[in-house]
Design a protein around this ligand. Structure first.
Ligand code: ATP
Ligand code: MG
Length: 569
């Protein structure tokens, strides 16, 4: 096994800080021992590996404590949200194995209730309609060190506010003409508490509520109340929301009707080296054609990772290794690759595929004979069994497995040298032919040792190198797509002045090999099927695959050339 876990102890994770909080609450009998989490995506893009981390954390906690898990779309911004994104998110969350049962919700389901509560807050004198334009409001907010200035509309009486608010809802005013603001504290050191906007006027079509509303709630107002309505006990989010927490609590205070209240807990978002994770940037890469869609196998999206050959289990292994942190950090992307190897090592059948074929003619093997050899499917899985492998006098090997003038430590094929063909025979290179014009090697001539058959009596004879191969007349054609990092720089944001992260895009991140030869057993593969191509890496059948031309994506090479951690050998 090439892939030892980095640090075996890391897998026996101790209790993380969120579990510590929950355990304490349980011992105090809070919420009658009920645990209820949620994942609240905004449907304005496809989910990425960071979201996967959050989904697995939230769902994992609900499972661990025999609680519940909701999926709730935070669809409060109709101009950026689309049904396509809703559909992709549903597919991705399901694929990860997080089961929301019958609890699929949308913040837009609560627009009526939120509106009703807003009227109540207005009547309690805790919210007011402000007629000032957005620039003015933001100017008056002040700075963290300088208190804000009160709006001249701050002291409108509740009745007037209510009347204006109702007219905002009725569509009497254009976009931006008025907002509803919470009346909190313009001098608070926390900028989020300086009379934040609760509602804005937006004459826009919503993917679910259609044209019913021209008034949409802001995230801070909608989010906590949605948690409250659903009975969420732990509202787990990323660290940037820590400063929003007092506002989250303030809003819950305004509507709280029962003893129960949701609690917001923040953890460090997942950042990966060589990766951008912001949805805005991922959208830009898609829209501007830097990648071939959201599910391009080079993307850190869940759909991209799936198409690349990642399994839900591999993402779970990864999420567990990463753990739950309180401080932001950057995780080496090699750890993600390591996790998928760990999973596929157990699951993927070993097969032979020659990506850059060079023909080898075995001169002492009968010309029209086909011999069926036996090959083990997966030495890591005793139940995986064996398969038949045809052998004949012409085989393909990898072009890089032959050299006319090899360096000292080259143990592959070279004039006068012997190698074993995996599961077959030992061959010896007698001669080769080059193209007169280009000098390229076109054929290699070998003899084989009939006594050296793998598994046979003479098979004990040892040679230094073992090569993968396919029988030329039996092999089928295939296309293979190999991927390198999408970004050249560990930190894609590290650019010179005047440039942005796109300056770090790796121009060689995709290599398409169209003349590959794979063993005949791969004729009837289906998209998503996974294999280990011996010596070459893990591969997954792509969605572009057809029966005439199977297409394989390289998920990961066998060992990570970029990483020190798995190359100790
Ligand atoms: P953007 O990428 O534009 O900042 P977002 O990723 O926050 O948006 P949301 O749809 O609001 O988009 O995210 C849904 C949930 O996923 C939130 O609870 C958010 O905290 C969590 N989340 C988002 N990114 C990460 C990440 N990198 N690591 C862990 N959790 C994340
Ligand atoms: Mg967000």
């Amino acid at each position: 096994m090439d892939d030892k876990p980095m640090d075996d102890n890391k897998e026996k994770q101790s209790v993380n800080f969120i579990e510590t909080i929950i355990n304490e609450e349980l011992s105090e009998g809070k919420n009658d021992g009920r645990i209820h989490t949620r994942f609240p995506p905004e449907p304005n893009g496809y989910l990425h590996i960071g979201h996967a981390k959050s989904i697995l954390l939230n769902y994992g906690i609900s499972q661990e404590y025999k609680g519940k898990f909701n999926l709730r779309f935070d669809d409060t911004n109709p101009t950026k949200e689309e049904q396509e994104y809703v559909d992709s998110i549903l597919e991705d969350v399901k694929w990860l194995g997080a089961d929301w049962e019958d609890r699929l919700f949308f913040a837009s389901d609560y627009f009526d209730q939120l509106y009703e509560w807003a009227e109540k807050i207005i009547m309690n004198g805790k919210a007011y309609v402000d007629d000032q334009p957005a620039e003015k409001i933001s100017e008056q907010r002040g700075t963290p060190s300088k208190p804000g200035t009160e709006s001249p509309f701050r002291n409108r009486i509740p009745e007037e506010n209510l009347d204006l608010f109702r007219r905002m809802k009725a569509g009497e005013f254009p976009n931006g003409a008025k907002v509803l603001r919470a009346k909190v504290d313009m001098t608070s050191p926390n900028m989020h508490m300086r009379d934040p906007v609760m509602y804005r006027i937006l004459h826009a079509h919503h993917h679910r509520t259609g044209d019913k509303w021209c008034l949409y709630p802001m995230y801070d107002w909608a989010h906590g109340e949605s948690d409250y309505l659903e009975g969420i006990t732990h509202s787990i989010c990323t660290l940037e929301f820590e400063v929003h927490r007092p506002l989250y609590d303030w809003f819950v205070d305004q509507i709280q009707e029962a003893e129960y209240r949701p609690r917001q807990i923040e953890f460090a978002r997942l950042n990966l080296s060589y990766t951008v994770m912001s949805k805005r940037k991922l959208l830009e890469l898609v829209k501007e054609g830097y990648v071939n869609g959201w599910d391009d196998p080079r993307m850190p999206t869940i759909s991209g990772l799936r198409r690349r050959g990642y399994t839900p289990e591999s993402l779970k292994i990864f999420a567990e290794k990463v753990g739950v942190a309180k401080r932001n950090n950057v995780i080496d992307v090699a750890l993600l690759e390591h996790s998928v190897r760990e999973d596929l090592n157990k699951k993927a059948s070993r097969v032979m595929a020659v990506l850059d074929p060079l023909k080898v003619i075995i001169t002492n093997y009968p010309e029209n004979e086909t011999e069926i050899l036996r090959a083990e499917n997966n030495p890591e899985d005793p139940d995986a069994g064996y398969r038949d492998l045809p052998f004949s006098n012409e085989v393909y090997i990898e072009r890089s497995d032959f050299m006319t003038d090899p360096p000292k430590k080259y143990f592959r094929l070279a004039p006068g040298r012997e190698v074993r063909l995996k599961n077959a025979y030992i061959i010896k290179c007698e001669d080769y032919k080059t193209d007169e014009v280009t000098g390229e090697i076109v054929e290699v001539y070998c003899t084989y040792d009939p006594e050296s058959k793998s598994g046979g009596a003479g098979s004990q004879r040892k040679v230094k190198g073992t090569l993968h191969w396919v029988s030329a007349q039996h092999a089928i054609d295939a296309e293979v797509r190999q991927f390198d990092r999408l970004f050249k720089n560990e930190d894609p944001e590290n650019v010179e002045a005047g440039q942005d992260y796109k300056a770090n895009l790796n121009p060689d991140s995709l290599t398409i090999m169209k003349a590959c030869k794979v063993e005949p057993g791969l004729r009837d593969v289906n998209p998503g099927d996974k294999f280990q191509f011996q010596r070459m890496g893990y591969f997954c059948v792509d969605t572009d695959s057809t029966p005439e031309m199977p297409v394989f994506n390289r998920t990961v090479p066998l060992r990570d050339p970029w990483s020190k951690m798995s190359s100790k050998k």
